[in-house]
Write a protein that binds this ligand. Structure first.
Ligand code: GLU
Length: 374
């Protein structure tokens, strides 16, 4: 395995969590921000391209409003995010400027990444910012994101951005030293996982559901983020952001925290985009034979293999392809709406015209528009 994933990376996404950014919710930790900015500036000077995904808007907003605890009402959280985000980005802007770097605020929602045109736009803007040697500072656009379009946590956002810009490595800075074999607060025998394969299901078991009270994600969302980032071939490091000179030491090849190494061949960009859709409105159910044909023979999905259709979707939407146990095995862009798919399910493609009165394509999902999920 490779213990110098950060050293070898040319393009990096660094994600910092709310508890680090806001000193466990007390308010912006300017010294911590200054330490990371100084390290990022040093790495940028060596030629690395770095995108920062920073949480902390809601936590900082709550601190500025003087609220004693995190509200539950979405409109209050969104108001807090709007107030806090200005503080977070202002702090980064002045610190990066002191290092001669321009900061660029980018706020994204799930919809920006699900829509192909907006996704490509976001990618091109981020690439341009990197060419301009600016430091993109990304957060979820919490103020407008409703539950249906929320990414929910910035670990996931960090992975999506990693895939979007085809970064080599995702560094998740958190308030824990890394992933432990069990919850160290409950199990004294727990040890730090120093290296593992991203996507190893055993890691999800280890991470359990432990979370922090300040941010949204726990260790599990970080493990799942590593699995997601690995789909574009990116490695992930999960380590403590409070560790002295952590980014510089990682970049020198020092092993700090947990390194989760990608071992699969990267998906092509278009398939990556399909795989990174977080919310699907429906899907099709396949029997075992159709599942086999899809996975082993890389075939298109024909209506004849479909046993059932769930949810509502339109032609051109991304839909889930699930087995009879309900496990999502693949997904793809459908040539027919849910209603049409219900009518042609289980029938040969030659019967589409008689059933619908027209034929768009003989396949329900063409193999070029399909990604099998590992
Ligand atoms: N986007 C949220 C914020 O900035 C944080 C989400 C998270 O904690 O992962 O406050």
């Amino acid at each position: 395995m490779n213990l110098s994933v950060v050293k070898q990376a040319r393009r990096l996404v660094v994600k910092v969590g709310s508890s680090l950014v806001t000193a466990d919710g007390r308010g912006l930790d300017h010294q911590a921000l200054a330490r990371w900015a100084e390290q990022i500036a040093a790495l940028a000077a060596e030629g690395k391209e770095i995108v920062l995904v920073s949480s902390g808007a809601i936590a900082e907003g709550i601190a500025r409003l003087g609220w004693k605890k995190r509200p539950r009402a979405v409109n209050e959280l969104q108001a807090a995010a709007a107030i806090g985000q200005t503080g977070v980005v202002q702090a980064y802007e002045s610190i990066f400027r002191a290092h001669g770097l321009l900061a660029a605020q980018v706020l994204l929602t799930h919809e920006d990444l699900a829509d192909r045109t907006r996704y490509l736009n976001a990618r091109s803007t981020l690439r341009t910012l990197l060419e301009l040697r600016a430091v993109p500072i990304i957060n979820e656009n919490d103020t407008v994101a409703t539950d249906e379009i929320r990414l929910g946590d910035n670990d996931t956002l960090g992975a999506l951005v990693t895939n979007l810009i085809e970064a080599d490595c995702l560094v998740i800075l958190t308030d824990q030293p890394g992933l432990y074999t069990a919850d160290p607060r409950k199990d004294p025998a727990a040890t730090l996982v120093m290296e593992a394969h991203a996507g190893d299901p055993e890691l999800e078991r280890m991470a359990g559901g432990a979370g922090s009270s300040v941010g949204t994600g726990g260790m599990l969302t970080k493990i799942l983020a590593a699995k997601r980032a690995a789909r574009s071939g990116a490695h992930t490091v999960i380590c403590s952001g409070r560790e002295d000179r952590v980014l510089l030491r990682l970049a020198q090849g020092e092993a700090i925290g947990s390194q989760l190494v990608a071992r699969q061949a990267p998906l092509a960009a278009r398939r990556q985009w399909l795989a990174d859709h977080l919310q699907l409105r429906g899907g099709v159910v396949l029997d075992a034979g159709a599942v086999r044909a899809l996975i082993e023979d890389s075939k298109s999905l024909l209506p004849v293999g479909v046993k059932g259709v769930t949810g509502e979707f339109e032609r051109g939407e991304v839909v889930a392809i699930v087995d009879t146990a309900g496990r999502e095995i693949a997904r793809g862009l459908t040539n027919y709406s849910a209603n049409e798919a219900r009518r042609i399910a289980g029938k040969p493609s030659s019967a589409i015209e008689a059933e619908l009165g027209y034929v768009d394509e003989p396949e329900l999902i063409h193999r070029d528009n399909l990604v099998v999920l590992g």
